[in-house]
Ligand binder design. Sequence first.
Ligand code: IMP
Ligand code: MG
Length: 186
Amino acid sequence: MPNTDEILARTGGRPLNSVLFSAERIAGRVTEIGAEITAAIPEGEELLVLGTLKGSFIFLSDLVREIRRPMEVDFLIASSYGSGIKTSGQVDLLYHDATGVTGKHVVLVEDIVDSGTTLNRLIPLLEASRPLSLEVCALLHKHIAADLVKEPRWVGFDCPQEFVIGYGLDHSEQYRNLPFIGAIEP
Ligand code: IMP
Ligand code: MG
């Protein structure tokens, strides 16, 4: 676990409520999920790992190196929070289907499933392009979404119902670079 000085140096003096997942614990879990995804993708079939920006950028970059299959990597932008901490219920989506989804195993990589609004918007959209398969891999899952159109097949950690930051997750665009995941008082 990081010590208090390290946390404060990285947050600009803002204390965290708690460190939930250390860098070491995250790395161990990413290795496990990478192995599971490797086993799930048949050799010789096309794989596209599709990350949601910006929150998944660190998770995805660690994860793809633990998947021992040829793959394409692409990103889409799905933003539902703006600068606040409550979901707006609307999802701004930016995706240019340059790599192509059709006929590929698609693993959609999310930083966190909170209200589920983002996933519920993305899944039907991607399914319309007829991937060979479509599965969700979420680093964190708050388990508060009532009507998810698709449960993530892979989840890094169940997440307490707090506002969490670090390892890609932000609060008002800050703290994405923390190597661990912590909770803050919003
Ligand atoms: P959902 O659409 O409500 O499931 O939320 C999806 C997006 O909201 C995530 O991809 C995150 O970018 C953001 N989000 C939700 N909860 C948190 C949190 O606790 N910390 C930081 N970002 C969050
Ligand atoms: Mg965000």
